[in-house]
Design a protein around this ligand. Structure first.
Ligand code: SF4
Length: 322
């Protein structure tokens, strides 16, 4: 929930200087060590890492990123991968359409930029699947540009430091956060500054239970010890049997990943795998077939699977898109 502009107090030069000192000193001693931070000037690596980190935990990315880069060491190998290959390589990451978009992005980088990850905001934003956060992250972390980088974690930390939030669910508006971000990063140190903020957001200023008592910034923070814990409202989303369809989609793709390359799998078999051991009435089975075919249609639209009608049954057949 964004709070109104009135809650934002003006920042002053002394306060900003103290924050720079405190956060950068803390980071110098406590930076989290990740593989992707050791090769920061590799724009392709930063691109892949940032796409992976969008919806996957850092611990999992730590494992998957080196495997992925071994398989696709440059933008050229990635661009050459077909859909099934890239979806198989994405196993364990979730949100599989990110993999297709990343591959599409690699193709666009080759077609439009001769294989070089572009170095301007405008060109990066024109690539498939690249939003403002990822573009800023590439410019700052890979190319050393001095720019603000704002993701939801940095928005949360800035909001609390400068906005006196009443609950853990509140944040400043995107515009207010962006205005703050513009004046706050220390010139010449944008990369290290934003990584320090990310670590602060992950280790202390977490979304639900900030650790204000041990936070190194608590003397400088307007929301320290002041926020009530908010009950987070889950966003309503299409579900089936109490679980979101996005989870079911992931399970269907997982089953298809286990099939031999190019092999079709009947959706009746998929249903049996999804609900092992359950027995359905004819009516339930009809309902479930319609649901599964709807799910498959969504996966087909996202170019993750191919769907064809089976010759002798009402059950469609599926395979990863080739
Ligand atoms: Fe976040 Fe608490 Fe630290 Fe403020 S003092 S930055 S609210 S953890």
């Amino acid at each position: 929930m964004a709070v109104s502009a009135e809650t934002t107090s003006r920042t002053d030069t002394r306060q900003i200087a103290a924050l720079h000192r405190c956060l950068l000193d803390w980071y110098a001693q406590n930076a989290r060590s990740f593989g992707w931070r050791t090769r920061q000037n590799d724009a392709y690596l930063v691109l892949v890492a940032e796409v992976m980190l969008q919806q996957t935990q850092t611990a999992r990315v730590e494992i998957k990123l080196p495997q992925f880069l071994e398989r696709f060491p440059t933008v050229y190998e990635l661009a050459a991968a077909d859909n099934a290959t890239i979806v198989r390589a994405w196993q364990g990451m979730g949100y599989n359409n990110r993999a297709i978009r990343l591959r599409d992005c690699a193709r666009a980088i080759i077609e439009r930029h001769k294989g070089h990850v572009p170095e301007t905001m405008e060109e990066l934003l024109a690539l498939p699947g690249i939003g403002r956060y990822t573009a800023s992250a590439i410019l700052v972390f890979a190319y050393g540009r001095d720019l603000p980088v704002v993701d939801v974690n940095i928005q949360r930390v800035y909001s609390r430091l400068f906005g006196r939030m009443a609950t853990t669910a509140e944040t400043l508006s995107e515009k207010e956060t962006h205005d703050l971000a513009l004046q706050l990063y220390p010139v010449g140190k944008s990369s290290v500054w934003h990584q320090a903020l990310m670590d602060m957001g992950a280790l202390y200023c977490t979304a639900r239970a900030p650790k204000c008592a041990v936070c190194p910034l608590n003397d400088l923070c307007r929301s320290a010890f002041a926020m009530a814990e908010a009950q987070r409202q889950k966003r309503p989303e299409p579900s089936w049997r109490g679980e979101p369809n996005r989870i079911w989609r992931g399970r269907v793709v997982e089953i298809l990943r286990g099939s031999a390359s190019g092999q079709w799998t009947n959706s009746a078999q998929i249903l049996a795998r999804l609900f092992t051991g359950e027995v359905f009435t004819d009516e339930e089975e009809t309902e479930m077939r319609a649901w599964l075919h709807g799910l498959a249609e969504g996966l087909r639209r996202d170019r993750l699977v191919e769907v064809r009608s089976a010759a002798v049954s009402q059950w469609a057949e599926l395979r990863l898109e080739q």
